[in-house]
Structure formats: structure tokens, C-alpha cells
Design a protein around this ligand. Structure first.
Ligand code: URA
Length: 269
């Protein structure tokens, strides 16, 4: 009997062919890009169409070392990420790797560098609906180890560095990341000076999905991790250029795909 279709993702167990690992970009346009890169890298035909594409959730099925691997976009932020993670978990997915972009807040982190999140400051809202705020949003040790090994092996050839540490994960791109180039040009008092405080607390970067993802994975007993490519340096310039976006995105994807291969190997696949 066919299994139930997931309401938002428009996926069911038949469609995903037993995939246990998912790569989670934010942007739906990155799903075919990632699936295409995987196909190219592992000598498979490029997937012609998504398995499903509903709202911001665009899913492709790829194959890494003979194992099915999903690529599902989450959209931006916690609420849509929570929907994607929940519905994928219902279908039996056990390992979730966010692959995205980020703004660095420390000196010494350059455009194109890789940030591997060991844990996230939970400045989102969605994760608080899964676990109290005292609960840590930490990466799973096996996923983080695979990401570190992947980054170590690839970054010399990519011409960038990788950094492992704490990420600040927010619900807003402008206000909570203390950007003044917003419509209001006003930062609510709660966030004024916070970038400097996070800097002093050795937080590396800002992004918008890892707090929700990592909290949920820990709460559900699943494996979660997050790799992001640096597209903006908040210590240098507020602007994000198309070149920086491509560099950060491509480097993060390369590391994420390699980490998937390492996890499949370590899992005995
Ligand atoms: N994503 C974010 O959330 N912030 C940035 O500065 C860049 C990407």
C-alpha cells in the first residue's frame, strides 16, 4: 500500500527510495544545483526533474556511492525548516546536513571560507516550540567529524580555510543580525550592540536555520550538522556580491557532498 504523502513536501516513502540522508539548502534553486554536482561527481546522469516541488520545498533524489541521498530546500528561516525536518523524519530520514551561506562576524574569516557549526545560539523562535531555550542546539558528533574531515581534505584545493565553532542563528536577516541597511534603519534595543557581544563570545557567524535544525535533531534523536560558506564579512563590508555568493555557495556544497560520502562509508554503506 502506498504510504501517506507529506502535506508540504509532497513526498512519500516510495518516492524517496529509502534515503536516510538529506542535504538541506535554503534556496530551492540550489536543490537542482547540488543534485547536478553530485551526479557529475559520481558519474551518474543529471536528474532531469525534481521528485517534488511544493512552495519553498524543492526535492531532488541523488545517488552517492550507490546510496540514495535527498536534497530538499528548506526556504529561509526556522518555521519552514521545522516543517521540512519533521516531514523528512516521518519518512525515515535520519541524517540532516544544512548546506547554506553565512555572514562572518570575526576578523580572519574571509569570503569563500567554510564555517562548520559546532553549536548554535538559538535566536530563532521555532526551536523554542520543540525544546526549552536552555536546551543546546549542537551538531551531532559524527556529522561534525565528517564535515571537518571533508573540509580538511578539500579546502587546500578550494583555496579557502575552514572554521569550526559557534553560529548565531536568527529569525531575521536585518534586525537580529544588526544590519542598518533595512527599511526601518532602526535596530530594536534588544539587538543593539549584540554583534560585538557575540564577537567577544567567540561566535563566528550569522545564519538563519541551524538553531531550529540542530535543536530538532537532538530532540528527535537524529543526526544533524551545518556547513555554510561565507558570502559576507560583517567586519569589512555589509554588501554581498554575486561573486561572493557563488564562491561561498560552491565551497559549502563541495564540503557537504564529501561529508555525505564519508558518512555513508562510516555507516557501512
Ligand atoms: N545569511 C545570513 O543569514 N546572514 C548573512 O549575512 C549571510 C547569509
Amino acid at each position: 500500500m502506498p504510504t501517506r504523502d507529506m502535506y508540504h513536501l509532497d513526498l512519500n516513502r516510495e518516492k524517496i527510495r529509502g534515503a536516510r540522508i538529506v542535504l538541506l539548502p535554503g534556496d530551492p534553486a540550489r536543490s537542482p544545483l547540488i543534485a547536478g554536482k553530485i551526479a557529475e561527481q559520481y558519474g551518474m546522469p543529471r536528474p532531469q526533474r525534481p521528485l517534488a516541488y511544493n512552495r519553498e520545498f524543492c526535492t531532488y533524489l541523488a545517488t552517492v556511492k550507490g546510496m540514495p541521498v535527498l536534497v530538499t530546500s528548506t526556504g529561509i528561516g526556522g518555521p519552514s525548516t521545522a516543517i521540512a525536518v519533521d516531514e523528512l523524519a516521518q519518512l525515515g530520514v535520519q541524517t540532516f546536513i544544512r548546506v547554506g551561506t553565512t555572514g562572518a562576524i570575526q576578523d580572519g574569516i574571509a569570503i569563500g571560507d567554510i564555517v562548520l557549526t559546532s553549536g548554535s545560539v538559538r535566536l530563532d523562535g521555532a526551536s523554542t516550540q520543540y525544546a526549552p531555550i536552555e536546551y543546546p542546539a549542537v551538531a551531532h558528533h559524527e556529522v561534525l567529524a565528517a564535515l571537518i574531515e571533508a573540509a580538511k581534505s578539500l579546502t587546500p584545493a578550494l583555496g579557502c580555510r575552514y572554521h569550526v565553532g559557534i553560529t548565531c542563528s536568527t529569525d531575521t536577516f536585518y534586525q537580529a543580525q544588526e544590519r542598518t541597511d533595512s527599511f526601518a534603519r532602526y535596530i530594536p534595543r534588544r539587538f543593539q550592540g549584540m554583534t560585538e557581544e557575540w564577537r567577544r563570545l567567540r561566535v563566528l557567524n550569522y545564519e538563519m536555520e541551524s538553531a531550529t535544525l540542530l535543536t530538532m535533531c537532538n530532540a528527535f534523536g537524529l543526526r544533524g550538522g551545518c556547513v555554510t560558506g561565507v558570502i559576507g564579512s560583517r567586519t569589512a563590508d555589509e554588501q554581498i556580491t554575486p561573486e561572493a555568493l557563488k564562491l561561498g555557495q560552491d565551497h559549502a556544497i563541495a564540503v557537504a557532498v564529501k561529508a555525505v560520502e564519508l558518512l555513508i562509508r562510516a555507516d557501512g554503506g
